[in-house]
Design a protein around this ligand. Structure first.
Ligand SMILES: [Zn+2]
Ligand SMILES: [Zn+2]
Length: 365
């Protein structure tokens, strides 16, 4: 069928174009997209040689309604609303241990944007283009999605607020709760106050953490962090690694999450941690970034530095849990979201890139 999709080419604006979408395969379904969030990963995939073959239809935080079902699909019905999270095979060792973010095929499904057999469902002017980004490619009117990506979503939930649960919010809340397992007595540092960092703040508040230190270069975003429960904020514009380390060390952090991907910030936060402190890296760095850690200090302090993808979450368990928190008012997603009509995708991307919007979300109608 004919669809409208935003086609991404390197260092060019997104271009809305008519594309052809194949029928869903036996274990896939077609979703009419209602809304899709923009995440930094979309911009990295377009402009920073992240490994996604271009041209591509990006978008990996889609919400929509099921419109067609493959022959072998059960558990989903036409007309049902779904949230599209990241892709995973559902069968490898990591998937079987409920760690789908580390699926053996994660790069294929998500970054390379193709099915296990190497194909994708989208063609543009007769040429196949990358059309299964994070198993969905939902910067489009319609998407063909595998059932393993999908989480059912109740009809009363506002689609634009739910999109971020698919990736950015899941990553931050999951980093705080699944990875760092923040407790009330922890002193948590959150470096970077985009969607991931601010969601980590919300997660830490849910855990009852009494001391949350937010770092960012924007006073406006730090203000949002404060409104969500950060107890202290540090604007690190103009602070070098040592100055930031000194400020943080006085506060005695026990847990930290980085969403900046900036080596000087990561190194400062790590060096400021208390003994046996844990730092989780949850943000994408530029390609080939290296960090420098003193090996003996790492050993003798018992500190831990580790990476996390999607907050170690299993979306089919964690997203319903986050929705329950949202319904109780514990996950005020409206603080993060700015909505744009789909045709304004370039305005939304620019707002994300310049830090004017925290979580831009496109709505399709
Ligand atoms: Zn797998
Ligand atoms: Zn993302």
């Amino acid at each position: 069928m004919k669809i409208v999709a935003a086609v991404a080419r390197p260092r060019e604006p997104f271009a809305l174009a008519e594309c052809e979408l194949a029928e869903p395969g036996p274990r896939e379904l077609r979703v009419k997209v209602e809304a899709c969030g923009l995440c930094r990963t979309d911009l990295s995939a377009k402009d920073h040689d992240y490994g996604t073959p271009l041209p591509a239809v990006l978008g990996h935080e889609g919400v929509g309604r099921v419109e067609a079902l493959g022959d072998e699909v059960d558990g989903f019905a036409i007309g049902q609303r779904v949230l599209m999270s990241f892709g995973a095979c559902g069968r490898c060792g990591e998937c079987r241990q409920r760690m789908p973010a580390y699926c053996a095929r994660a790069m294929d499904f998500n970054v390379f944007g193709r099915r296990p057999d190497g194909t994708g469902p989208i063609t543009l002017e007769g040429q196949a283009i990358t059309g299964h980004f994070f198993g969905q490619s939902s910067f489009a009117s319609h998407a063909v999605v595998s059932t393993t990506n999908l989480v059912p979503l109740a009809d009363d939930l506002p689609p634009t607020l739910m999109c971020g649960l698919a990736c950015g919010v899941q990553t931050g809340v999951g980093a705080a709760l699944n990875v760092l397992r923040v407790e009330p007595r922890d002193v948590l540092v959150v470096a970077g106050c985009g969607t991931v960092g601010l969601s980590a703040v919300m997660g830490a508040v849910i855990a009852g953490c009494a001391s949350i230190i937010a770092i960012d270069r924007s006073d406006a975003r730090l203000e949002v962090a404060r409104s969500l429960g950060a107890t202290r904020v540090i604007n690190n514009r103009g602070l070098d690694r040592d100055a930031l380390k000194r400020q943080l060390r006085q506060l005695g952090p026990t847990r930290a999450v980085d969403s900046t991907g900036a080596p000087e910030v990561i190194e400062a936060v790590f060096a400021a941690l208390r003994r046996r402190g844990v730092l989780a890296l949850a943000g994408l760095s530029r390609a080939r970034t290296r960090i420098s850690i003193d090996a003996n200090r790492l050993m003798s302090s018992g500190r831990v530095i580790r990476g996390t993808v999607e907050g170690d979450a299993d979306p089919r368990v964690f997203i319903p849990q986050m929705i329950a928190w949202y319904r109780r008012g514990q996950l005020p997603l409206e603080a993060l979201v700015t909505s744009y009509p789909f045709v304004q995708i370039n305005r939304a991307a620019e707002a994300l890139d310049r830090g004017r919007a925290i979580k831009p979300v496109l709505f399709m109608d």
